[in-house]
Design a protein around this ligand. Structure first.
Ligand code: ZN
Length: 213
Protein backbone atom coordinates (compact mmCIF):
# COMPACT_ATOMS: atom_id res chain seq x y z
CA UNK A 1 0.00 0.00 0.00
CA UNK A 2 1.53 3.37 -1.01
CA UNK A 3 0.98 6.76 0.63
CA UNK A 4 -1.97 7.67 -1.65
CA UNK A 5 -3.74 4.43 -0.76
CA UNK A 6 -3.16 5.19 2.93
CA UNK A 7 -4.57 8.72 2.56
CA UNK A 8 -7.61 7.29 0.74
CA UNK A 9 -8.24 4.70 3.44
CA UNK A 10 -8.09 7.37 6.21
CA UNK A 11 -10.35 9.83 4.33
CA UNK A 12 -13.70 9.94 6.19
CA UNK A 13 -15.43 11.42 3.14
CA UNK A 14 -16.61 9.34 0.19
CA UNK A 15 -14.49 9.23 -2.95
CA UNK A 16 -15.32 7.81 -6.38
CA UNK A 17 -14.00 4.31 -7.11
CA UNK A 18 -11.52 3.91 -9.99
CA UNK A 19 -14.38 2.83 -12.31
CA UNK A 20 -16.53 5.77 -11.17
CA UNK A 21 -13.64 8.14 -11.90
CA UNK A 22 -13.55 6.84 -15.48
CA UNK A 23 -17.33 7.24 -15.82
CA UNK A 24 -17.21 10.75 -14.31
CA UNK A 25 -14.64 11.71 -16.97
CA UNK A 26 -17.03 10.36 -19.63
CA UNK A 27 -19.88 12.30 -18.02
CA UNK A 28 -17.81 15.51 -18.12
CA UNK A 29 -17.13 14.84 -21.81
CA UNK A 30 -20.91 14.51 -22.35
CA UNK A 31 -21.45 17.80 -20.45
CA UNK A 32 -18.86 19.59 -22.58
CA UNK A 33 -20.50 18.26 -25.77
CA UNK A 34 -23.87 19.60 -24.55
CA UNK A 35 -22.22 22.94 -23.83
CA UNK A 36 -20.49 23.10 -27.22
CA UNK A 37 -23.82 22.45 -28.98
CA UNK A 38 -25.60 25.21 -27.04
CA UNK A 39 -27.73 22.73 -25.07
CA UNK A 40 -26.32 23.75 -21.68
CA UNK A 41 -24.80 27.17 -22.05
CA UNK A 42 -23.74 28.96 -18.89
CA UNK A 43 -24.90 27.08 -15.82
CA UNK A 44 -27.83 25.35 -17.57
CA UNK A 45 -28.02 21.55 -17.49
CA UNK A 46 -26.94 19.07 -14.84
CA UNK A 47 -25.32 15.65 -14.82
CA UNK A 48 -25.01 12.76 -12.38
CA UNK A 49 -23.69 9.25 -11.89
CA UNK A 50 -25.01 6.46 -9.65
CA UNK A 51 -22.14 5.63 -7.32
CA UNK A 52 -21.46 2.63 -5.10
CA UNK A 53 -22.43 2.53 -1.39
CA UNK A 54 -25.76 4.29 -1.94
CA UNK A 55 -24.31 7.51 -3.36
CA UNK A 56 -25.07 9.79 -6.29
CA UNK A 57 -22.27 11.89 -7.80
CA UNK A 58 -24.08 15.10 -8.79
CA UNK A 59 -22.80 18.10 -10.75
CA UNK A 60 -22.58 21.25 -8.57
CA UNK A 61 -25.01 24.17 -8.58
CA UNK A 62 -24.14 27.30 -10.53
CA UNK A 63 -21.16 25.74 -12.32
CA UNK A 64 -20.39 26.78 -15.91
CA UNK A 65 -20.81 23.59 -17.95
CA UNK A 66 -17.99 24.47 -20.31
CA UNK A 67 -15.66 24.37 -17.28
CA UNK A 68 -17.13 21.36 -15.46
CA UNK A 69 -14.51 18.85 -14.29
CA UNK A 70 -14.77 15.43 -12.66
CA UNK A 71 -13.50 16.66 -9.26
CA UNK A 72 -16.41 19.13 -8.88
CA UNK A 73 -19.12 16.51 -8.41
CA UNK A 74 -20.92 16.44 -5.05
CA UNK A 75 -21.61 13.16 -3.20
CA UNK A 76 -25.30 12.83 -2.31
CA UNK A 77 -26.87 10.09 -0.20
CA UNK A 78 -29.40 8.34 -2.45
CA UNK A 79 -31.89 7.59 0.32
CA UNK A 80 -31.81 10.85 2.32
CA UNK A 81 -30.89 13.24 -0.49
CA UNK A 82 -28.38 14.92 1.85
CA UNK A 83 -24.84 15.91 0.76
CA UNK A 84 -21.88 13.84 1.95
CA UNK A 85 -19.12 15.86 0.31
CA UNK A 86 -16.34 17.80 2.06
CA UNK A 87 -16.02 20.32 -0.79
CA UNK A 88 -18.69 22.76 0.36
CA UNK A 89 -20.13 22.73 -3.15
CA UNK A 90 -23.92 22.61 -3.36
CA UNK A 91 -25.52 20.04 -5.63
CA UNK A 92 -27.58 21.21 -8.59
CA UNK A 93 -31.05 22.50 -7.65
CA UNK A 94 -32.48 19.83 -9.96
CA UNK A 95 -30.75 17.03 -8.02
CA UNK A 96 -34.09 15.78 -6.58
CA UNK A 97 -35.21 14.82 -10.10
CA UNK A 98 -32.00 12.83 -10.65
CA UNK A 99 -32.52 11.14 -7.28
CA UNK A 100 -36.15 10.35 -8.13
CA UNK A 101 -35.00 8.67 -11.35
CA UNK A 102 -32.35 6.57 -9.57
CA UNK A 103 -34.87 5.48 -6.93
CA UNK A 104 -37.39 4.35 -9.56
CA UNK A 105 -35.23 3.07 -12.43
CA UNK A 106 -32.75 0.39 -11.42
CA UNK A 107 -31.13 0.47 -14.88
CA UNK A 108 -30.30 4.18 -14.61
CA UNK A 109 -26.54 4.43 -14.02
CA UNK A 110 -26.25 8.07 -15.05
CA UNK A 111 -28.56 11.01 -15.83
CA UNK A 112 -27.97 13.77 -18.38
CA UNK A 113 -30.15 16.90 -18.26
CA UNK A 114 -29.90 19.61 -20.93
CA UNK A 115 -32.00 22.19 -22.77
CA UNK A 116 -31.70 21.31 -26.51
CA UNK A 117 -33.40 24.17 -28.41
CA UNK A 118 -35.57 22.17 -30.83
CA UNK A 119 -36.98 20.07 -27.96
CA UNK A 120 -37.55 23.18 -25.82
CA UNK A 121 -39.42 24.90 -28.68
CA UNK A 122 -41.41 21.76 -29.56
CA UNK A 123 -42.67 21.30 -25.99
CA UNK A 124 -43.71 24.90 -25.29
CA UNK A 125 -47.28 24.25 -26.47
CA UNK A 126 -47.58 20.46 -26.36
CA UNK A 127 -48.55 17.91 -23.72
CA UNK A 128 -46.92 15.05 -25.63
CA UNK A 129 -44.42 14.43 -28.42
CA UNK A 130 -45.46 11.87 -31.05
CA UNK A 131 -43.19 10.54 -33.79
CA UNK A 132 -43.58 7.96 -36.54
CA UNK A 133 -41.75 7.18 -39.75
CA UNK A 134 -38.29 8.15 -38.50
CA UNK A 135 -35.37 5.74 -38.57
CA UNK A 136 -33.98 7.60 -35.53
CA UNK A 137 -36.82 6.22 -33.38
CA UNK A 138 -34.85 2.97 -33.19
CA UNK A 139 -32.34 4.84 -31.00
CA UNK A 140 -35.13 5.34 -28.47
CA UNK A 141 -36.35 1.76 -28.22
CA UNK A 142 -38.70 1.43 -31.22
CA UNK A 143 -38.33 -1.80 -33.15
CA UNK A 144 -38.47 0.09 -36.44
CA UNK A 145 -39.71 3.33 -38.03
CA UNK A 146 -43.32 2.13 -38.32
CA UNK A 147 -43.79 2.01 -34.54
CA UNK A 148 -45.31 5.14 -32.99
CA UNK A 149 -43.19 6.80 -30.31
CA UNK A 150 -45.25 8.87 -27.87
CA UNK A 151 -43.76 10.67 -24.86
CA UNK A 152 -45.83 12.70 -22.39
CA UNK A 153 -44.57 16.18 -21.48
CA UNK A 154 -44.70 17.31 -17.86
CA UNK A 155 -45.53 20.88 -16.86
CA UNK A 156 -42.35 22.78 -16.06
CA UNK A 157 -41.37 23.18 -12.39
CA UNK A 158 -39.85 26.04 -10.43
CA UNK A 159 -36.60 25.25 -8.61
CA UNK A 160 -38.55 25.28 -5.31
CA UNK A 161 -41.01 22.70 -6.67
CA UNK A 162 -38.35 20.20 -7.81
CA UNK A 163 -38.35 18.27 -4.50
CA UNK A 164 -42.12 17.86 -4.63
CA UNK A 165 -41.99 16.96 -8.35
CA UNK A 166 -39.55 14.15 -7.58
CA UNK A 167 -42.28 12.54 -5.44
CA UNK A 168 -44.92 12.71 -8.17
CA UNK A 169 -42.94 12.21 -11.37
CA UNK A 170 -44.25 8.70 -12.09
CA UNK A 171 -46.87 9.70 -14.73
CA UNK A 172 -44.12 11.37 -16.74
CA UNK A 173 -41.58 8.53 -16.71
CA UNK A 174 -41.79 7.53 -20.36
CA UNK A 175 -42.81 3.90 -20.84
CA UNK A 176 -41.05 3.82 -24.22
CA UNK A 177 -37.87 5.88 -23.84
CA UNK A 178 -35.57 6.47 -20.89
CA UNK A 179 -36.49 10.11 -20.30
CA UNK A 180 -38.65 12.73 -18.62
CA UNK A 181 -39.44 15.89 -20.60
CA UNK A 182 -40.43 19.22 -19.00
CA UNK A 183 -42.44 21.72 -21.02
CA UNK A 184 -40.36 24.56 -22.47
CA UNK A 185 -37.44 23.45 -20.30
CA UNK A 186 -35.57 20.33 -21.45
CA UNK A 187 -35.17 16.60 -20.90
CA UNK A 188 -33.68 14.26 -18.31
CA UNK A 189 -32.37 11.13 -20.01
CA UNK A 190 -30.69 8.15 -18.42
CA UNK A 191 -28.65 5.17 -19.47
CA UNK A 192 -26.06 2.63 -18.46
CA UNK A 193 -23.23 4.98 -19.50
CA UNK A 194 -22.95 8.76 -20.01
CA UNK A 195 -22.51 8.36 -23.76
CA UNK A 196 -25.59 6.13 -24.00
CA UNK A 197 -27.64 8.80 -22.17
CA UNK A 198 -26.18 11.53 -24.38
CA UNK A 199 -27.18 9.45 -27.42
CA UNK A 200 -30.79 9.42 -26.23
CA UNK A 201 -30.67 13.22 -25.84
CA UNK A 202 -29.28 13.53 -29.37
CA UNK A 203 -32.02 11.26 -30.73
CA UNK A 204 -34.95 13.19 -29.18
CA UNK A 205 -33.44 16.52 -30.26
CA UNK A 206 -32.95 15.19 -33.81
CA UNK A 207 -36.58 13.98 -33.94
CA UNK A 208 -37.90 17.38 -32.82
CA UNK A 209 -35.64 19.14 -35.33
CA UNK A 210 -36.37 16.88 -38.30
CA UNK A 211 -40.14 16.89 -37.70
CA UNK A 212 -39.91 20.71 -37.53
CA UNK A 213 -42.02 20.80 -34.37
ZN1 ZN B 1 -32.83 22.51 -16.52
Amino acid sequence: MDIDDLKESYNPFPAPSPLEKVLLEELVRAAHLCYERGWSWGTAGNFSLRGSNGLIWQSPSGFHKGALDSKSFVAIDLISGLPRSPTGQKASLEMPVHRGIYLRCKGAKCVVHAHPPSLVKATLNRDSLVFSGHEMQKNLGCSDHTQVLSIDVSPNQTPEAMVDFADRMDPYLSRQASMIILKGHGAYVWGETPLQALGYMEAIEYLCLSQNL
